[in-house]
Design a protein around this ligand. Sequence first.
Ligand code: ATR
Length: 271
Amino acid sequence: APLAGVIGLPIAHSRSPRLHGHWLKRYGIEGSYLAMPVRPEHLADVLRVLPRAGFVGLNVTIPHKEAVLTLADVVTDRAALIGAANTLIFRPDGKIHADNTDGYGFIANLRQNAPDWDPQAGPAAVIGAGGAARAVVASLLDSGVRELRITNRTRIRSEQIKAEFGARLVVYDWAQAGNMLEGAATVVNATSLGMTGKQALRVPLDALSSDALVTDLVYTPLMTPLLIEARQRGCRVVDGLGMLLHQAAPGFERWFGQRPEVDEETRQVLL
Ligand code: ATR
């Protein structure tokens, strides 16, 4: 039976085993999905050994998402552009294929939960410029967003993203984050602010139009302070849990040969 899993450090908190375990059971697939703590100095050995031990692939999380790119034999364009991979496929010919499905998961979540969302309806505004934000930016540009505004506490990181992703990006100062929302059709929190135990994201929403779609990558809590306030203002809001579910689907399909469904039952497994 095929084996897959997730590597990271720490890894005990990962919800991926529950998600993939649910799908394996649901489709009656004989296979296993394991969480494995891996130290950075062991990453190369682990990637060499696991295929020989029956593994067909892995999910990859912090701190290995960047390092696996240098160890993979084939890197998809989007993983290269984002600078990180979250899904590895161990091919029968021994080659390691690295992909990044975070951007796909981000867009699939919006399409499922806000079917009339139109990426071309107006500018997108992305708050944050870390690893997750890079995947979001790549996928929004792919979806046809014509103007993408970005702001980050550490301004240089948004400028770096603009330098790599190009002319459709407009960098806003962190102090101007509120102004960035004016006329925006899509608003994304890609920082960790608003997560349980962290500060709330303090961006004034006065300029936010009620036509905007607002989404958050944070999913603990499901309804972040940003989403609560945006909903009060009449905006459509989409929580971040669906991104986690959807980003997992392509890996599961490649490893186990069955496209898994992301539905309410799947969501309940992770709540
Ligand atoms: P991830 O891969 O989840 O995006 P990351 O690369 O560490 O993780 O990025 C975290 C994001 O949250 C960054 O945009 C970070 O801003 P900085 O680049 O200035 O660090 C943002 N962030 C985290 N804590 C923050 C805080 N207290 N105030 C403002 N932004 C914060």
